[in-house]
Design a protein around this ligand. Structure first.
Ligand code: FES
Length: 169
């Protein structure tokens, strides 16, 4: 049974959150992990999620919002089923990261932080995703794709559009 009676999360996630608040010396340290888990479950960090997380950590809603707005990987609106994150940081930029980003924009018909009309894809320009040795790189949900070319990107997007990608964000 969860510490919060009217949780908006699944019983499994509520149990995970109950445990999370017990493993740090200070409850507040569970804030970023909780926001990420909440986003994974709901697709974004909703108003209801902000309120419940604040309650669980004895924080004000504003404390949660302040942290939420700091991290670019946290969203307050739904992303597409497949969230395409293209790195344009230094290694990727030198190896054609902007060409990849522009190609994705044209291919999907959307810009940074936008979602396709059918809700299938969203697109983001992001900082280094830790795949610099294999630049240029992008991440779709939690899947990495590296050493990209525009041809490779077309194939990757087609694979997701055909339902062959992982759903987990
Ligand atoms: S610079 Fe793109 S993955 Fe590091």
């Amino acid at each position: 049974m969860s510490a919060i009676a009217n949780t908006i999360f699944s019983p499994e996630m509520a149990a995970r959150f109950d445990k999370l608040v017990t493993i740090y010396p200070v409850k507040r340290s569970a804030l970023v992990p909780m926001l990420l888990y909440a986003q994974d479950e709901i697709g974004y960090v909703s108003e209801a999620a902000i309120q419940e997380i604040a309650k669980r950590l004895d924080l004000f809603d504003l404390d949660v919002r302040n942290v939420l707005s700091y991290y670019s990987m946290l969203r307050t609106t739904p992303a597409g089923k497949y969230n395409v994150q293209v790195c344009t940081n230094i290694s990727c930029m030198l190896r054609g990261g902007y060409e990849i980003l522009d190609h994705c924009k044209a291919k999907l018909g959307i810009g940074h932080k936008q979602v396709t009309e059918d809700g299938l894809f969203s697109l983001e320009e992001v900082e280094c995703i830790g795949a610099c040795c294999w630049a240029p790189a992008m991440q779709v949900n939690y899947d990495f794709h590296d050493d990209l070319t525009t041809v490779k990107v077309d194939d990757i997007l087609a694979q997701y559009a055909a339902g062959n990608g992982k759903d987990v964000k």
